[in-house]
Design a binder for this molecule. Structure first.
Ligand code: MN
Length: 716
């Protein structure tokens, strides 16, 4: 049927109007006002898609109308229907989310936006090898379960019109439907959609097997319909004489479920029983059990085949009594007995919570309705299958996980709050240790930023990068945390061993020997006496300042002799390069820099702290000679060290900027500034400047002195 639709501001466009009229007829359960909005959504969609066609040649709008019709048959609310009519406009036309908000409100716009995100996820072309993870990612991405309902209906209509595509795409889309969409429909309990998806999916994914099973179904020796009619007649009479009202319908198991059963249980077609069955709907739960009793009196039940899903519902909320009876001529028949309410839930599952109810004018937030559904199922589950329930349904719908893609399209599951750094460590510990930044959906992003569902994450690494203790503040996974801690601990140990070996070597040199001259033998012998099990352990203890190199050297030189400390011996200085990291640190009291005369203080467990020999701390403690080690700076140190300066300066606005500019002119950076705010003419300014050595510091000091407002500059 063709109908001319006049759209405001455009010329006449011919679209097939039969679809919308049928849809509006299916929507008689909505109010007149809501149906009017649906009509407007249709016109909006038709205008947006007016220049597009389906592969079948039909105008594009026929597709959204068909999607809305599928949802209308589930009696879903008007927002869902409107969103279905508009579900492709953001992706396929210039329409923006705000346009939809203006015309149809926030809820509808949010649903369409959600559907668009799922569509883009698919278009990114990721392999469906991890179907289970992909399903979870999809569910995790939506706040409103109606997004999934529209997406399922969209996919179902695409399956119905698969004929227009080539063989290869048919197969790919069909398999994806079986692996991803039908299981989601199942999890949410929407049987009508799941069953049709499975049937179409099976037909296109495995055409040969589909034909074989259907041939078997039709070639049964005696046509089972006749048998089923006889059975239902007998049952109907028995129910009547027991004063039970009920409706009975015949049903055949689907080709796909027969196929799955054959494959899972490795059975031949002949070995599959209960291919046919009856569904009986009676008024209440009490009647269900009475009906079961009557059926068991009429026909012999097969042992072990009775299941009470009323007392213990399935994880998606499905309830029914199931039993398999031997019908006439030994044909097994499966009986399903349930109430009308159970039937409604069995057919539309979570959709039942979005069904239109005239009296329900309360606007429940989307999340809340889904939670209501879960709460009801949880109550039903209260006992037996609770654990399984949480494993499957709840975790899927309210996940505490995020799902993201690796560059190869694999899906990684991380706890909510995980950052790019967690991702890097989840890929591989080495990737974590060497990462410098991440590229998230193409944008360079800091390592500390938190991940969102569906993002593509690529980690940028550098050979020179390594973990630091600050990383511990923004990792959420145990794996990343322990890898970083391990690294830091190992680094400290390695550095301690290196420094320890140097110190021991210097101490031996003071006694006219060295590690090399000693050789392994004598050193190994001394280990027991020193109470350590390996040379590495000895170096580590020395490096961490837990043991003194001079005493250890004495034992190594003269094992077995009682040692007397020779305090007067002049010690050879140890060379440091400034890059020893965690084992060698610099006094915060005197800020030593290369060129200063320095000494090292062994502080147990923390390695060595370098002080200037003018430092007050050294003077106060110099008596404890065994704790101090002479230190030399190595030549050519590349690092910069902070040096403290105290500057007496005029107290007037702008002086700080003048000083800062002078320092910058010399090519140095200021690490810290502190100014004493005293109401006097002159004040004190503390600067910490990063320099390589004494010469350069002297240059900085000279530059500052030339400022007229500066009276005096001193090193702290
Ligand atoms: Mn679509």
């Amino acid at each position: 049927m063709q109908q001319a639709v006049v759209l405001p501001g455009t010329q006449k466009i011919r679209v097939s109007g039969g679809g919308i009229r049928r849809l509006l007829a299916d929507l008689e359960y909505l109010s007149e006002n809501e149906r009017d909005q649906v009509r407007q959504a249709y016109e909006f969609g038709a205008r947006a898609h007016h220049d597009q066609r389906r592969l079948s040649g039909e105008p594009y709008i026929s597709h959204p109308v068909a999607v809305a019709t599928i949802l209308a048959q589930l009696r879903l609310d008007s927002e869902t229907i409107i969103a279905a009519l508009l579900h492709d406009v953001i992706e396929d036309t210039p329409t923006l989310r705000v346009n939809l908000e203006d015309h149809f409100g926030r809820q509808v716009a949010a649903i369409v936006d959600g559907v668009t995100k799922l569509t883009r996820l698919r278009k990114a072309g990721h392999s469906a090898t991890q179907a289970a993870s992909f399903r979870k990612m999809m569910l995790a991405m939506v706040d409103d379960i109606r997004v999934i309902l529209v997406k399922l209906a969209d996919r179902l209509h695409n399956m119905r019109t698969l004929e227009a595509l080539d063989r290869e795409r048919q197969r790919r889309i069909a398999r994806e439907t079986l692996e991803i969409y039908a299981p989601i429909a199942n999890r949410l309990g929407i049987r009508t959609i799941r069953r049709e998806m499975e049937d179409l999916g099976f037909r296109y994914a495995w055409p040969q097997r589909y034909r074989v099973i259907n041939r078997h179904l039709n070639q049964r020796p005696r046509h089972p319909r006749a048998i089923m009619r006889r059975v239902s007649d007998r049952l109907r009479r028995a129910l009547k004489s027991a004063n039970l009202e009920g409706s009975i319908s015949a049903r055949a198991k689907s080709a796909y479920s027969i196929y799955t059963k054959m494959r899972e249980k490795r059975l031949a077609f002949k070995e599959i029983s209960d291919v046919f069955g009856l569904r009986i709907i009676v008024s209440d739960i009490d009647a269900c059990y009475r009906c079961l009793g009557i059926a068991h009196q009429l026909f012999r039940p097969m042992p072990g085949r009775f299941k009470d899903y009323i007392a213990i519902p399935r994880v998606n909320g499905y309830q029914s009594l199931h039993t398999v009876l031997l019908g006439p001529e030994g044909v097994p028949l499966e009986f399903q007995i349930r109430t009308p309410e159970m039937h409604r839930v069995a057919e539309s599952g979570i959709g039942a919570h979005w069904q239109y109810k005239a009296e329900d004018k309360s606007v429940l937030p989307a999340q809340f309705r889904t939670q209501e559904w879960l709460r009801r199922i949880t109550e039903m589950q209260a006992t037996a299958q609770e654990e399984e329930f949480y494993d499957h349904v709840k975790v899927d719908l309210f996940p505490d996980k995020v799902y993201v893609f690796t560059p190869k399209g694999m899906i990684l599951r991380l706890p909510r709050g995980a950052t790019c750094l967690d991702f890097a460590y989840a890929v591989h510990t080495d990737v974590g240790h060497r990462c410098v930044a991440a590229r998230v959906d193409g944008q360079v992003t800091p390592l500390r930023s938190q991940l969102k569902n569906g993002q593509n994450v690529h980690i940028l690494t550098s050979r020179h990068a390594h973990p630091n203790a600050g990383w511990l503040e923004y990792v959420a996974t145990a794996k990343a945390r322990s890898a970083i801690l391990d690294y830091l601990k190992n680094t400290q140990t390695r550095e301690a061993r290196e420094v320890g070996a140097v110190l021991l070597n210097q101490a031996l040199a003071d006694r006219g020997s060295s590690l090399r001259k000693m050789g392994r033998g004598p050193l190994e012998e001394a280990l027991t006496e020193l109470g350590v099990t390996s040379r590495q352990e000895l170096y580590e203890q020395i490096g961490l300042g837990e043991r003194l190199a001079t005493l250890a050297a004495a034992v190594v030189m003269n094992p077995g002799k009682k040692q007397s400390g020779d305090r007067r011996r002049k010690l050879t200085p140890v060379d440091i390069a400034g890059a020893e990291g965690m084992v060698v640190t610099y006094g915060k009291c005197c800020y030593p820099i290369p060129g200063d005369e320095v000494v090292g203080h062994a502080s147990s467990g923390r390695g060595f702290v370098i002080h200037r020999n003018t430092c007050g701390n050294f003077r106060a403690e110099r008596k404890r000679k065994d704790r101090w080690i002479p230190i030399n700076w190595k030549r050519r140190i590349r690092l910069e060290f902070p040096a403290g300066l105290r500057i007496h300066i005029d107290h007037r606005p702008g002086v700080l900027a003048e000083v800062a500019a002078r320092v910058a002119e010399t090519g140095h950076n200021i690490a810290q500034v502190n100014m004493q705010d005293r109401p006097e003419e002159s004040t004190e300014l503390f600067l910490s400047v990063l320099v390589k050595d004494r010469d350069r510091l002297a240059r900085v000091i000279r530059a500052i002195r030339t400022l007229p407002s500066v009276h005096r500059v001193q090193r702290v």
